[in-house]
Design a binder for this molecule. Structure first.
Ligand SMILES: *Cc1c(COP(=O)(O)O)cnc(C)c1O
Length: 460
C-alpha cells in the first residue's frame, strides 16, 4: 500500500469549529494579517507547528495517572532514564522542560569564558543557533549544496558536507571547535534526513580531531525510518537497531520531547562525558530543578518514556511519513510548487513560485498564509521575508532570503487523512485562483523576531 492508513482508532474526540468566510475575514483583520495573532479556536486545521502538538495515546494518558511526584528519585525518572538508555545509550540523562533548555545548558557550559569558538552543524535550528550565538559562539551551517535546490531529488538532503567540515576544522583549528553537531532530521532544511553513512563519516572526522560529536535528536525516529527505507543494508533492521547505531557514533545529544517523544512538553540532554554531565547538572539545579525531574512533573516523564517506546513502532512511522508524503504528492500532481522531496514532518509551499506576481518586498509567503486561513481556516507559517529579511548595516539596503516558504507542519497522530485531503484540495483551489491574491505591507514591527508580533495590511 502506497499510503498506509492510520494504525490507531479514535477513543476521544476534540471538536473543532468550521468558521464562516465572513468570520475569518474579521478574525484575520483583527489579527493584523498575522496568523500568530489568531486565537486557536478560530482555526480549523492548525499546521503552525509539529512541536508539542502530538496526540498522546491511551497508554500515555494512563501513564500520567501513575505520576510519582516525589521531589527526588521519582520512579518515573527511572523509567524515563531506562527508556533513553535503551534507545540512545548515553551514560548520563538530564531531563529539561524543552529542547532549548538542553541547548542552553550545553552551550552556556562549553562556550563559557572562551572567545572565537565555532559550532558546525548541517543546519542549526533557530533556538540552537540563538543559544550558540548568545553564548558568544559562531554557528556554521555546512549542509550539502544540493539541499539549497528546492527541486533536486535526493534521498538524504539533510547530510552535512564532509569536505566543508574538514575545511572548517583546518581553517579554525580543532581546539576552537568544542563540539560538532548534526540535526536529524534537518528541521531548518525542510525536515530532510541524514544518512547513516553521513552520521558515521561526521563522527569519524570529528573524532580524528578529538572533537566530541553531538546529535540534535528531535526527530530521530523519523530519520531512522528514512534510513530503513532508503539506505542500503538497513531494510531488515528494526527502528531501535537503527537508532542504536546512529547514537553509537555520538558522544551525546539534545532532544525536544515535543517532537518524536509524542508529548506536549519536555526534553533532555544526554552525554557520555562525566565532567560535562556534572557541570550541567549543577546548572540544571539552578535553572530547572533537581536532576530527577529537571523542570517536569513525574507524570510528564512517564508520558515521555511511553512516547519514546511508541515512536519506534514501524506501522506508526510508515503512516506518519506517508501522511506527509501523500499531501506533498497531491500538490505536486496539481502542479503546486513545493520543496522536494517532502521531508519527515512538513510540506513546504514555495511561495515565490506560487505567487510570482508578488515581489519579496510585498511578502508573498504572508499573502499565501493569509489566503490559506481566509479560504479554508488552515493555519500555516511563513518562513520567508517577514521572518528573515533584514537591512544591511552598512548600505541600509534590504537583504531578502533566498527562499519564500510556507510550512505546513503536520502534528503527530492528530489529523485524519480526510482532513489532509481537505488541506490539499483547498491549496489546489487557491493555486488555481492565485492571480487574485495580492501583496502586503507592514504596519507595525518589533526590533527582533518581528514575525511573531508584526501587524500588516493588504496593499490595494
Ligand atoms: C524544536 C526544536 C528544538 C528546540 O526544542 P524546544 O522544545 O522547542 O525548545 C531544537 N532543535 C530542533 C531541530 C527542533 O526542531
Amino acid at each position: 500500500m502506497k499510503y498506509p492508513p492510520e494504525p490507531f482508532r479514535i477513543k476521544t474526540v476534540e471538536a473543532i469549529a468550521r468558521t464562516t468566510d465572513w468570520e475569518r475575514l474579521a478574525v484575520i483583520q483583527d489579527a493584523g494579517y498575522n496568523v500568530f495573532n489568531i486565537p486557536a479556536e478560530k482555526i480549523y486545521i492548525d499546521l503552525l507547528t509539529d512541536s508539542g502538538t502530538s496526540a498522546m495515546s491511551d497508554n500515555q494518558w494512563a501513564g500520567m495517572m501513575k505520576g510519582d511526584e516525589s521531589y527526588a528519585g521519582s520512579k518515573n525518572y527511572f523509567h524515563f532514564e531506562a527508556m533513553i538508555n535503551k534507545i540512545f545509550g548515553f551514560k548520563h540523562v538530564i531531563p529539561t522542560h524543552q529542547g532549548r533548555v538542553a541547548e542552553n545548558l550545553l552551550f552556556s557550559t562549553i562556550l563559557k569564558d572562551r572567545k572565537g569558538l565555532v559550532i558546525p552543524n548541517n543546519n542549526h535550528f533557530d533556538t540552537t543557533r540563538a543559544n550558540v550565538e548568545y553564548n558568544g559562539g559562531r554557528a556554521e551551517d555546512l549542509v550539502i549544496d544540493i539541499a539549497k535546490d528546492t527541486q533536486a531529488i535526493d534521498d538524504f538532503k539533510g547530510n552535512i558536507d564532509l569536505d566543508k567540515l574538514a575545511n572548517l576544522i583546518h581553517n579554525v583549528g580543532a581546539k576552537n571547535i568544542p563540539i560538532g553537531m548534526l540535526t536529524i532530521t534537518n528541521n531548518s532544511g525542510g525536515g530532510q534526513p541524514v544518512s547513516m553513512a553521513n552520521i558515521r563519516g561526521t563522527a569519524e572526522l570529528l573524532h580524528k580531531h578529538e572533537i566530541p560529536f553531538y546529535i540534535d535528536a528531535c526527530r530521530f525516529a523519523e530519520n531512522a525510518y528514512f534510513i530503513k527505507i532508503r539506505e542500503d543494508g538497513y531494510q531488515d533492521k528494526s527502528i531501535l537497531e537503527i537508532a542504536n547505531e546512529m547514537f553509537s557514533y555520538a558522544d551525546g545529544c539534545t532532544m525536544s520531547a515535543k517532537k518524536d517523544a509524542l508529548v506536549n512538553m519536555g526534553g533532555f540532554f544526554a552525554t557520555n562525558d562525566d565532567e560535562l554531565a556534572q557541570q550541567i547538572t549543577n546548572r540544571l539545579i539552578l535553572i530547572e530543578g533537581f536532576p530527577t525531574y529537571g523542570g517536569l512533573a513525574g507524570r510528564d516523564l512517564e508520558a515521555i518514556a511511553i512516547g519514546l517506546e511508541e515512536v519506534l513502532h514501524e506501522d506508526y512511522l510508515a503512516y506518519r511519513i506517508s501522511q506527509v508524503e501523500e499531501l506533498g504528492d497531491r500538490l505536486i500532481e496539481a502542479g503546486v510548487p513545493i520543496l522536494r522531496p517532502t521531508g519527515g514532518h512538513a510540506v513546504y509551499l514555495d511561495a515565490k513560485n506560487f505567487l510570482p506576481h508578488i515581489p519579496q518586498s510585498q511578502f508573498p509567503g504572508i499573502a499565501l498564509t493569509v489566503s490559506l486561513y481566509t479560504h479554508a481556516g488552515i493555519r500555516a507559517v511563513e518562513i520567508g521575508s517577514l521572518m528573515f529579511a533584514h537591512d544591511d548595516p552598512e548600505t541600509g539596503e534590504t537583504i531578502y532570503p533566498h527562499l519564500e516558504l510556507v510550512r505546513l507542519a503536520i502534528p503527530r497522530r492528530v489529523y485524519t487523512n480526510s482532513q489532509m485531503q481537505y488541506v490539499a484540495e483547498n491549496i489546489i483551489e487557491l493555486y488555481e485562483d492565485r492571480e487574485n491574491i495580492g501583496g502586503y505591507e507592514i504596519e507595525y514591527q518589533a526590533q527582533v523576531l518581528r514575525h511573531f508580533t508584526a501587524r500588516l495590511k493588504p496593499l490595494q
